[in-house]
Design a protein around this ligand. Structure first.
Ligand SMILES: [Zn+2]
Length: 117
């Protein structure tokens, strides 16, 4: 990921999504990212573009540890906070009912797109 700079104030990098651009989910994701960007701007107008890019990467990575609410079974939910260190990964969650919980994960193999299917 490129960092924003005076020469690249949007922190954009060269990329080619030709192989996936036809997927309806690709456009829906782009639309959802735009909606998120507008909502964040309304709440945090000073958010740096690098922080927004990191948030998007974190959202994608957090999908590895989606979890259902242990109280009402709603979900699966994306963790709103992750703590990762040499001992493992802990996700923190909140469901739409306001229940909060955390769960530790032992991630021992690479994450593939098949895991997200
Ligand atoms: Zn719940």
């Amino acid at each position: 990921m490129n960092r924003a700079s005076s020469l690249n104030p949007w922190g954009i990098r060269s990329y080619d999504h030709t192989d996936v651009r036809h997927l309806p989910a690709y456009q829906r994701a782009a639309d959802a990212i735009g909606e998120l960007q507008r909502a964040l701007h309304a709440e945090q107008p000073d958010m740096r573009i690098d922080d927004f890019h990191h948030l998007l990467v974190d959202l994608a990575a957090g999908r590895r540890i989606l979890d259902r609410c242990p109280t009402c079974s709603a979900g699966p939910h994306l963790p709103y906070r992750i703590e990762h260190d040499d001992n493992g990964t802990t996700g923190h969650y909140e469901c739409g009912c306001g229940h909060t919980w955390f769960c530790g994960w032992g991630i021992t193999r690479p994450y593939t797109l098949a895991d997200a299917a």
